[in-house]
Design a protein around this ligand. Structure first.
Ligand code: GLU
Length: 471
């Protein structure tokens, strides 16, 4: 078997789309699972875009996901001379020709094709005709493009994801290799690069499937070994259309900012379009994925991006971390001075089972760090209405001055009080929860009281009493 060498070849657009990230992950996993190499190439042939900054955002995203190139990163713009050389070689070999068609002529041909009712315009020339006189026209200084002559018999290949794919001769057009300004096109560059980088498998998005017959034709014309191709289906949004900014976040940077763990996004994207085949296990570390990954598991059908599921997965990965690491991660995502490492460490056992995301932790359980602002009006109505509730609460707050501030003695003290009064424990539990959290639901109340400590609990309950008892 030849050495497995795969690549991720983004164009520097200034952001790393999650679809691209998933393509990179599949390539990386394939390389790791087979002992091969994962390479990164920046396809920066568009002269209008600056190479450095835009590419850097993509490289940062890849790094954050742990997807770094095993060899030096190749920048396509460095290799123009090589592409030009190959284009002329293809002319010499009789597979490509100099094309002197002007823009006006091209427009006229397009219009005529439309008038004939053709679905799409395909440029085709008779090789023998276009070759005649070409040298003289070049000598005369006429500008020209270099076009590849589409193979009349079509192209077929066995796709790693879709199985047999075939394009008939009349579905292919003579495509440009070098534009009239001398710049190489994507098809030429990508094939030269993949060949020179000794890429064995090209795994990329479905949007490239119609490019593949053209590229295979180029390999054959150059008598280069054709890599295996696999086309990964698109990721869809909740609206079942191609995932776009309209329906939510699409770039890796946005997910990073929202506070997702890279290993959670990695796990999530891998399962979006790939399946381990058996069982319903969903949580995998990167190393576990390397163990079970195979290209055969890539699904030919598009998958739908479900951010709620990603949040759930984030919680699962958070719980896999050592406690100190989980706390450090949560800490990074808050700028509230009350959110300290010490406080988070103390709270962690209580909140660990349910925490999914830093932002929801801070928005749903602010009382872990700050006194509540307002009390849930429904809770006030339900739990403070009875005439004796606040008086009983005041008595219990007095008891709190002496009780040992740990969950078990706190619970015992509360239950004893209620028993003496002959009322249910809820008579105190609900108002206390409302007073210390502002909410009607919280983690275990006595554990929470222990965590917050005597001073905080007494201060918060006195405020509730002040606002309601004296009102
Ligand atoms: N640069 C192309 C893109 O960003 C990918 C080319 C390829 O994978 O062959 O879509």
């Amino acid at each position: 078997m030849t050495d497995i060498r795969v690549r991720f070849a983004p164009s520097p657009t200034g952001y790393l789309h999650v679809g691209g990230a998933r393509t990179a992950i599949f390539n990386w996993l394939f390389a790791r699972a087979t002992g091969g190499k994962f390479l990164v190439r920046i396809e920066d042939t568009d002269p209008l875009r600056s190479r450095g900054e835009l590419a850097q955002v993509i490289l940062d995203g890849l790094k954050w996901l742990g997807l770094e190139s095993d060899e030096q990163i190749l920048y396509q713009s460095d290799r123009k001379d090589r592409f030009v050389e190959v284009a002329h070689e293809l002319v010499k070999r009789g597979f490509a020709y100099y094309d002197f068609t002007t823009i006006e002529e091209l427009e006229r041909m397009r219009a005529e094709s439309q008038a004939r009712g053709e679905a799409s315009f395909r440029f085709k020339s008779d090789l023998a005709l276009v070759r005649a006189g070409a040298e003289e026209r070049i000598q005369r200084g006429e500008s020209y493009a270099v076009r590849f002559s589409a193979p009349p018999d079509g192209i077929a290949w066995n796709d790693l994801v879709h199985g047999d794919v075939a394009y008939k001769g009349d579905e292919l057009e003579d495509f440009v290799l070098l534009r009239s300004d001398g710049s190489p096109t994507y098809h030429l560059s990508v094939v030269c690069d993949d060949h020179d980088m000794r890429i064995s498998h090209v795994l990329r998005g479905d949007d490239h499937i119609s490019n593949t017959p053209k590229q295979i034709a180029l390999y054959r014309a150059m008598e280069w070994e054709v890599p295996q191709f696999g086309h990964v289906p698109l990721i869809l949004g909740q609206d079942k259309k191609r995932l776009s900014k309209r329906t939510g976040a699409t770039s890796v940077g946005e997910f990073q900012e929202k506070g997702f763990l890279p290993q959670a996004l990695f796990n999530f994207l891998t399962l979006l379009g790939w399946s381990p085949g058996k069982g319903d296990r969903e949580i995998f570390t990167r190393n576990e994925l390397v163990q079970v990954f195979s290209v055969e598991g890539i699904q030919p059908k598009s998958a739908v991006f479900d951010e709620a599921k990603l949040e759930w997965m984030n919680g699962e990965h958070l719980r896999l971390l050592p406690d100190g690491d989980a706390v450090d991660y949560l800490l990074v995502h808050s700028d509230n001075p009350a959110v300290t490492r010490e406080r988070l460490l103390a709270a962690w056992p209580l909140i660990k089972p349910r925490t999914r995301m830093p932002n929801t932790l801070y928005s749903e359980q602010p009382y872990l760090f700050d006194d509540p602002g307002e009390y849930d009006p429904k809770g006030v109505e339900k739990h403070l209405a009875a005439s004796d509730v606040l008086v009983r609460l005041r008595d219990f707050v007095n008891d709190l001055a002496t009780v040992t501030f740990e969950a078990a003695p706190l619970e015992a003290a509360l239950r004893e009080r209620c028993e003496v009064w002959g009322v249910k424990a809820g008579v105190l539990i609900h108002p206390i929860r409302l007073g210390i959290t502002g909410k009607t639901v919280s983690p275990g109340l006595f554990e929470l009281m222990e965590l917050l400590g005597r001073d905080t609990v007494v201060r918060r309950l006195n405020r509730l009493l002040k606002e309601h008892l004296l009102a």
